[in-house]
Design a protein around this ligand. Structure first.
Ligand code: ATP
Ligand code: MG
Length: 367
């Protein structure tokens, strides 16, 4: 798929612009603080109905205005969609082909994007919460059922934690209600873990390929899904459910004592291993960066398999972080395959030679 056209009204420092893109490589050049990242962010928001850099949607609207609008024409294999996202004081509205979507979860997933920015190093170096968020965002994009299970799980988690607090403070006594909540949350938790394992297996396969390519076969990348449920690889949803329930049963007193749900997908993590060693702990800067990039690029193929179409790739300031050889490998991997948006303060000789017919946008103060 590719984004053919985009109009921005009062989005960050863009007042009113209409841009027509290349289905292949689009290069956004500009000095610092001109709006390169803002433009990538607008594309991301159009796809995901949320920003990758802030949860405060007011920040997305121009300082001097109250409302912003992003419109895009998306060309898919078999259809052409007009996507619209309106950001106002009372929240956001999303439309597909002029029809307002009752739920944002219906809107998300029409347009698939993969974003890689310097802060994505946190995928390897950051806390487990960063990796869980990554998994949930990416898998949610390609599987509406996953997104649904996740939202149900979150609601139940809040209820269960609240109830555990009540029990802890002795404001409640009814353990049957706790068991009901445990049963419900285990059902959704099992679905989520099962899906994560399937997706991670697929992602691992492609990430291994990218890592090997970039490092000249020197580094073998492996994933390890870290969960309190035992022997997950031999289990199916039903068994995961039984196991989670058992965890809640055996640890009832501990959970009441802490007033919090201690087991389930919201506590899981995924570790990246290079040549069998955890890259978060033992990896060099370069290995960590390469791993983060490999994981992100692997998603291109996962999304292609899951949705039948290549996603749109957004690369923020990635080239400046890589040496010549890695820049070359990266550009080779994406050339001709996916629509790409690439920001850079300036075009180096290397990139000029490597990128075939880029469409170049010079960005200056939101113009
Ligand atoms: P760099 O090369 O440093 O990454 P950039 O071109 O990616 O720069 P952006 O992050 O896209 O820069 O844009 C930053 C500019 O946008 C800042 O000058 C900031 O003041 C401005 N800006 C951010 N939010 C808003 C907003 N809501 N309204 C108006 N301007 C904004
Ligand atoms: Mg930037």
């Amino acid at each position: 798929m590719y984004l053919k056209e985009m109009t921005l009204k009062n989005f960050r420092n863009y007042r009113d612009v209409n841009l027509v893109f290349s289905p292949q490589i689009n290069v956004l050049i500009g000095e610092n603080a001109q709006g390169k990242t803002n433009l990538l962010e607008a594309i991301y928001v159009l796809a995901m109905a949320r920003s990758h850099r802030t949860n405060n949607e007011r920040e997305l609207v121009n300082f001097a205005k109250d409302e912003a609008l992003i419109q895009g024409i998306l060309e898919r294999k078999l259809s052409k969609l007009k996507l619209e996202l309106f950001l106002g004081k009372k929240g956001k509205k999303a439309k597909v082909n002029h029809l307002e979507q009752a739920k944002l979860s219906q809107y998300i997933g029409q347009m698939n994007v993969i974003l890689f920015a310097p802060e994505d190093l946190a995928l390897v170096k950051g806390s487990p919460a960063v990796r869980r968020k990554f998994i949930d965002m990416e898998f949610g994009q390609i599987d509406a059922h996953y997104l649904y299970n996740l939202s149900q799980y979150r609601v139940l988690l809040k209820q269960r934690n609240h109830y555990l607090k009540q029990l802890q403070l002795k404001k409640a006594k009814d353990l049957v209600l706790l068991e009901v909540l445990s049963d419900q949350i285990a059902a959704f938790g099992a679905e989520i873990i099962a899906k994560r394992i399937i997706f991670l297996d697929e992602l691992e396969k492609y990430a291994q390929g990218v890592q090997a390519q970039i490092t000249g076969q020197k580094e073998e990348l492996k994933f390890n899904y870290d969960t309190s449920v035992e022997n997950i690889y031999e289990k199916d949803v039903k068994q995961l459910y039984t196991d989670l329930k058992k965890l809640y049963e055996t640890n009832q007193n501990k959970e009441i004592f802490q007033g919090s749900t201690l087991y389930g997908p919201h506590r899981d993590d995924v570790q990246f291993l290079i040549n069998k060693k955890n890259v978060q702990v033992f990896g060099s800067q370069g290995q960590q960066r390469t791993t983060a990039l490999a994981v992100k690029l692997a998603e291109i193929d996962v999304m292609k398999n899951e949705t039948g179409e290549y996603p749109i790739l957004l690369l923020d300031d990635v080239l400046s972080e890589l040496d010549g050889a890695r820049q070359t490998q990266l550009l080779r991997a994406i050339q001709d395959r996916v629509q790409t948006f690439l920001t850079t303060p300036s075009m180096s000789e290397v990139t000029r030679k490597l990128i075939k017919d880029p469409k170049v946008f010079r960005i200056e103060a939101g113009n």
